[in-house]
Design a protein around this ligand. Structure first.
Ligand code: SIN
Length: 280
């Protein structure tokens, strides 16, 4: 049975069948998955039911593990974090704002793999916003406004000791570890060319982006707010519905993502790995 790629018909995303991710993949299959990933940005592999060893092996076929700060890994693993919410949990949803994973790093991850462990019967979709489309839908005059801007990134709003997931965040089942290290800053082009495809797109958004180099802070925040509304416009958004046993892999350089709720009273758990920056 060969690999089948079924595009979602939406702004990004494809469903991949005809492959068993429990086994090591041959090089032609890895190349075909990588090519589908670069084209569709978000790949969903239904009915895989991977354990943690298999999740790690799948990830390593696409690069080294990324470096995952501010999270304790699950017991016995260095590179797997649990995205978890208990059925009776009252804390605000984790990752409910648009972001690109760890964009505040000097060499942010190229991708993320999320493996379903326990999926609620309703809600809990992950939303993805295609940032190539968001860029390409702008007029040349609008593109000129953003083309050369340099964004200042930081983890301080979520992960500093006084941040969203800091001391004031209580009752959360996820093992988040805020720290002063979140205060560091890092710059990236606001609209870089994708390192593998060369296609331009917005990279990350307000939240991890905290300013624009050389721009007054109030002006930068106003611009980033306006831009964030554009980046997450429904034209560019695809909602990934989860199924038990599904693995989803996305290109962190092409899409923003965010979690959604709607599953109150049900437990949700996914195991997450990141794929290190592409070495070329
Ligand atoms: C994440 O941002 O890694 C979590 C997404 C989700 O829970 O749907």
């Amino acid at each position: 049975m060969g690999l089948r790629v079924e595009p979602s018909g939406g702004a990004c995303g494809a469903r991949i069948t005809g492959v068993d991710l429990k086994a090591p993949l041959d090089s032609a299959t890895v190349a075909a998955v990588r090519s589908a990933w670069l084209e569709h940005h978000v790949l969903a592999f239904p009915d895989q039911h991977l354990d943690d060893d298999q999740l790690e092996r799948f990830t390593l076929q696409f690069g080294q593990f990324g470096e995952d700060p501010f999270f304790a890994p699950i017991a016995g693993r260095q590179h797997i974090a649990a995205i978890r919410r208990e059925a009776d949990e009252q804390s605000p949803l984790f990752a409910e704002n648009w972001h690109a994973d760890w964009s505040f790093q000097a060499r942010p991850p190229s991708g993320t793999c999320l493996n379903a462990i326990e999926i609620p019967p309703v809600g809990g979709d992950t939303l993805f916003a295609n940032q190539h489309r968001a860029w390409e839908a702008l007029s040349p005059a609008q593109q000129a406004r953003y083309a050369d801007l340099i964004a200042v990134h930081s983890a301080k709003l979520p992960y500093a000791p006084d941040g969203t997931y800091g001391a004031k965040d209580t009752g959360r089942s996820m093992d988040i570890r805020p720290s002063e290290a979140a205060l560091a800053t890092q710059t990236h082009l606001l609209v870089p060319a994708h390192p593998e495809t060369g296609r331009r797109g917005f990279y990350s958004t307000l939240g991890y982006i905290i300013g624009i180099e050389g721009m007054a802070q109030d002006e930068a925040i106003a611009l980033l707010m306006e831009l964030q509304a554009w980046q997450g416009d429904e034209r560019f958004v695809f909602a990934q519905k989860w199924e038990p046993g599904m693995l989803v892999m996305w290109d962190n350089r092409s899409v923003l993502h965010k979690a959604t709720g709607g599953y109150e009273g049900y437990r949700r758990e996914l195991h997450r790995t990141t794929i290190a920056a592409w070495e070329g």
